[in-house]
Design a protein around this ligand. Structure first.
Ligand SMILES: Cc1ncc(COP(=O)(O)O)c(C=O)c1O
Length: 395
């Protein structure tokens, strides 16, 4: 056996990891609020938040306290037993979402897998699952089957059969939803697909089409949920209620957790023994998620997210207006994207990091801003200024 060699940058030593990610050459070592620091002591304004995960920023007292308290007791029990944090979180989350029951898992992709199995149980004999172009639902085989991107799908065929991909936001396409469809899965605001909110009225039309066909309508709010767009879930601003909603990312403030929340017959579709997760809803993650949820639901928090979202889109629009590489600023709340006139998102992101600003691409031509929900107006202005400078450096 060879002795590990600890010298060198992490990028140089990264050979012990499978090469599934293209990482920036940045080694992050600490964080506080909306700022993180690298191994050289360089500070960055964090407008990524772990891709819409660390909703309360880094080191938030509610997260730290819940984590410490839970770590000093039951971290894990399995789902053979009841634990108070899991039940409390299920109660609070379903009530706030207007749902009835929760299934807890560990990631966004798993929450989508749970939705697929729920739909198969609820609609036996129906063979089709519908999703939309530009969508991203995750990398496990079921979720990948509903993520219609050739580069992601081709090497892994055969995928789950019976999937139909329709154009996102197109009312004319909804006629394809018929009595063979078990579930329609859609992001109310597409994240990875370039921060694209569904056009006004389209989700309501989708609801009608699903009702007419008897198909379940499931909203994937893995990215848009947990306060990100200014309501707990984005659908709550639309007045369109799905049969179920998926959640993950920010759910436990940075710890791995996912959930499928459902109402009506969908909530009762999965039977004992149908689905399971060893870690799902464990007492530590559930306690932290409940602490995060309480902060998000506290007085004034979501109104402030809406205000900060307006400040962010306004500051970004002002910062990029007239720049030849910049197109529209679009999004909801604190999920905003700057569309570029070409496939330059990676270059602009790299230039931003050089200036101490962390942002991330949402597709080749859109730079995404998903800061912690606690971001201040001063931090928003600072981010917009750094972004303008990054844009200027690229072209
Ligand atoms: C809308 C949406 N669904 C599902 C996923 C997959 O989540 P995870 O990476 O936790 O499996 C993502 C991740 O970006 C997402 O944005």
């Amino acid at each position: 056996m060879t002795t590990p060699e600890w010298a060198g940058t992490l990028a140089e030593r990264g050979g012990a990891l499978m090469h599934t990610y293209g990482r920036y050459p940045i080694e992050l070592v600490s964080g506080r609020g909306c700022r993180v620091a690298d191994a050289d002591g360089r500070e960055y304004l964090d407008m990524v938040a772990g891709i819409a995960v660390t909703a309360l920023g880094h080191g938030h007292p509610a997260v730290v306290e819940a984590l410490h308290r839970a770590a000093d007791g039951l971290v894990h029990t399995s789902n053979l037993y009841w634990t108070e944090p899991m039940v409390r979180l299920a109660e609070r989350l379903t009530a706030a979402a207007g749902m009835e029951r929760a299934f807890f898992c560990n990631s966004g992709a798993e929450s989508v897998e749970a939705a697929i199995k729920m739909a198969r149980r609820a609609r036996p004999g129906r063979t089709r699952l519908v999703a939309f172009d530009g969508a991203f639902h995750g990398r496990t085989l079921g979720a990948l089957s509903l993520t219609a991107r050739p580069a992601y799908q081709e090497p892994f065929r055969p995928l789950v059969p019976g999937t139909t991909i329709l154009p996102f936001g197109d009312p004319a396409a909804l006629g394809a939803i018929d009595g063979t469809v078990a579930m329609v899965l859609v992001e109310p605001v597409q994240g990875e697909g370039g921060v694209r909110p569904a056009p006004p009225g389209w989700l309501a039309a989708l609801r009608e089409a699903c009702d007419a066909a008897g198909a379940l309508l499931v909203f994937d709010e893995v990215q848009s949920g947990m306060g990100r767009t200014g309501t707990l879930f984005a659908f709550q601003a639309e007045g369109v209620v799905p049969d179920a909603v998926t959640s993950a990312k920010a759910l436990a403030g940075g710890l791995p957790m996912g959930a499928l929340l459902a109402r009506g017959e969908a909530a009762g579709a999965l039977q004992p023994g149908d689905h399971a997760s060893t870690f799902g809803g464990g007492p530590l993650v559930a306690a932290v998620a409940d602490a995060v949820l309480q902060v998000i639901l506290s007085d004034g928090f979501l109104p402030r997210v809406r205000q900060a979202g307006e400040a962010l889109s306004g500051s970004l629009a002002a910062a990029v207006t007239g720049h030849p590489l910049a197109g529209a600023v679009r999004g909801r709340g604190l999920m905003q994207g700057v569309a570029l006139t070409g496939p330059l998102a990676a270059d602009v992101t790299a230039a931003a990091a050089e200036r101490g600003l962390l942002v991330c691409p949402a597709g080749p031509g859109v730079v995404r801003f998903t800061p912690p929900l606690i971001v201040t107006d001063a931090e928003i202005d600072e981010a917009a200024g750094l972004f303008r400078s990054a844009l200027a450096a690229v072209g």
